[in-house]
Ligand binder design. Structure first.
Ligand SMILES: C[S@@+](CC[C@H](N)C(=O)[O-])C[C@H]1O[C@@H](n2cnc3c(N)ncnc32)[C@H](O)[C@@H]1O
Ligand code: SF4
Length: 445
């Protein structure tokens, strides 16, 4: 590194007022708004290099849902005919073939895959089988360690689950959000609590090695009582892990439009309350034997259930993003695919990678990226940064580490940087303190 990242950072108070709307979750660094069409060539250059030793993964975006939830900001197309879905899946399979022809991908074994959405479980059994078989051809999935598939409760059915097992899915993540039916209806969700119980027993019966349930704290209309009941019900089911997201109200959601027009059916929940509920949820899960392994996850057995997608990606692995609007990270280049279905499919049809924007990270950027993402895990060991990048994190980030340490959000030792529980509950708010100054105040998307 030629310059100290931390030296460029202005000291910032971390108690800046928190707007109720906008994004909270940090999924990438630098922020998406810095990625440009002009940098797409950097991805082509990375793909043309000889295959590196880093693990390789796949993210496959399946952008179809039965209905749009009021809070959802993911790209999804609602209630599409089978022919539209079929055509899309053909494009995805063609896209992996285009990727696999590059020297940096050719012959490399696949370590992990993640089918996200949208609602991947709205595919038919025949569609998911065809997709799985198409993707597995190249690069090879023979030794793949983890394949995650996102499901929503109403679309979980036995034949579909059997097909998932057949294509190699090891980890199913189901969006539950709440066990309170009024709250589910109020937030535009299609399923009810009884659908969760039915779907969960089908998942158990199908024999997946790992079933994760997603919850959201701070849904509109939620009370302390309703949240406690949701935690109690999820613990009763004994999933292998529980993910809890603090509800965001991004500007491209129905929830935001309702907030602005005054049509919101209840007051939005403050960030302070969301954090308090998340803290209580974590405490209850810990009392029931779960271990908190990140700012969002509690796991029953942390030794047998390590979330490899996250572990690999946050430590610099390569991941190809397939599908419309999908995100990828390859050879130190962040990228996103075309964000409209027609544009995406037309590019693949022409035999071109359907990439819309990208960002080539400098070595400094890579250090910041891995450090901030790993802070979400609660503790970042210093040694790997010394070994891989030749830097002492505590020196590089001296100023923000001191500032955040003084406020009680983290502690620094000779071997690691560790978030306190209070710090972990607000970690995504704190991460910009470590950003390069040019990315400090930019929009996230
Ligand atoms: C793409 S969705 C997953 C699967 C499926 N479509 C579903 O909704 O059940 C991934 C997860 O993101 C979370 N999520 C979606 N919108 C959110 C928001 N506005 N704030 C916080 N979490 C959100 C939900 O917990 C959801 O389960
Ligand atoms: S939260 Fe899930 S089901 Fe709801 S619209 Fe978003 S992707 Fe679809």
């Amino acid at each position: 590194m030629t310059s100290s990242v931390a030296a460029e950072l202005p000291a910032q108070p971390s108690d800046v007022t928190e707007p109720i709307e906008g994004n909270y979750f940090v999924a990438a660094y630098p922020p998406l708004s810095a990625w440009t069409g002009a940098q797409v060539s950097a991805l082509h250059e990375a793909l043309a290099r000889p295959a590196p030793a880093a693990p390789l993964g796949l993210y496959i975006h399946l952008p179809f849902c039965g209905k749009k939830c009021d809070y959802c900001y993911y790209l999804s197309y609602i209630a599409q005919p089978a022919a539209v879905v079929d055509r899309y899946l053909d494009s995805v399979v063609r896209e992996i073939a285009l990727q696999a022809a590059h020297p940096a991908v050719k012959g490399r074994p696949m370590s992990f895959a993640y089918f996200g959405g949208g609602t991947p479980s709205t595919l038919s059994t025949a569609q998911v089988t065809r997709l799985g078989e198409g993707l597995r051809r190249a690069p090879a999935w023979d030794g793949i360690e983890e394949v995650t598939f996102e499901c929503a409760p109403r679309s979980v059915r036995p034949a579909f689950l059997a097909a998932l097992r057949k294509i190699g899915v090891t980890r199913v993540s189901m969006g539950v959000q709440s066990f309170d039916n009024d709250l589910l209806r109020l937030n535009g969700r299609v399923h009810l609590a009884e659908d969760v119980s039915r779907a969960f027993s089908l998942l158990r019966h199908a024999g997946f090695a790992w079933v994760n349930l997603d919850l959201m704290c701070g849904l509109v209309g939620e009370t302390d009582e309703k949240w406690r009941e949701t935690i109690r019900r999820v613990i009763d089911l004994e999933p292998d892990s529980v993910t809890i997201y603090q509800t965001e109200i991004p500007r491209n959601t129905q929830l935001y439009r309702d907030l602005k027009s005054g049509a919101l059916p209840a007051s939005p929940v403050s960030w302070e309350t969301k954090r308090a509920r998340l803290e209580e949820g974590f405490l209850e899960l810990e009392r029931s034997g779960y271990t908190v392994v990140s700012a969002y996850n509690a796991v029953k057995d942390p030794h047998s259930h390590r979330f490899l997608y996250q572990d690999y990606l946050w430590r610099g692995a390569d991941m190809l993003g397939l599908g419309v609007a999908a995100f990828g990270y390859f050879g130190g280049v962040h990228y996103q695919n075309e964000v409209a279905l027609e544009t995406y499919e037309a590019a693949v049809e022409r035999g071109e990678l359907p990439v819309k924007r990208a960002f080539k990270l400098s070595l400094c950027d890579q250090i910041v990226r891995e450090f901030v993402l790993q802070l979400k895990l609660g503790e970042v060991p210093l040694a790997p940064f010394r070994d891989r990048f030749g830097v002492d994190i505590t020196h590089e980030f001296d100023t923000p580490l001191r500032a955040l340490g003084a406020e009680g959000w983290l502690t620094v030792s000779d071997t690691s940087v560790r978030m306190t529980r209070k710090g972990l509950l607000r970690v995504d708010r704190l991460l910009p303190h470590f950003y390069d100054s040019q990315f400090q105040d930019v929009r996230y998307t």
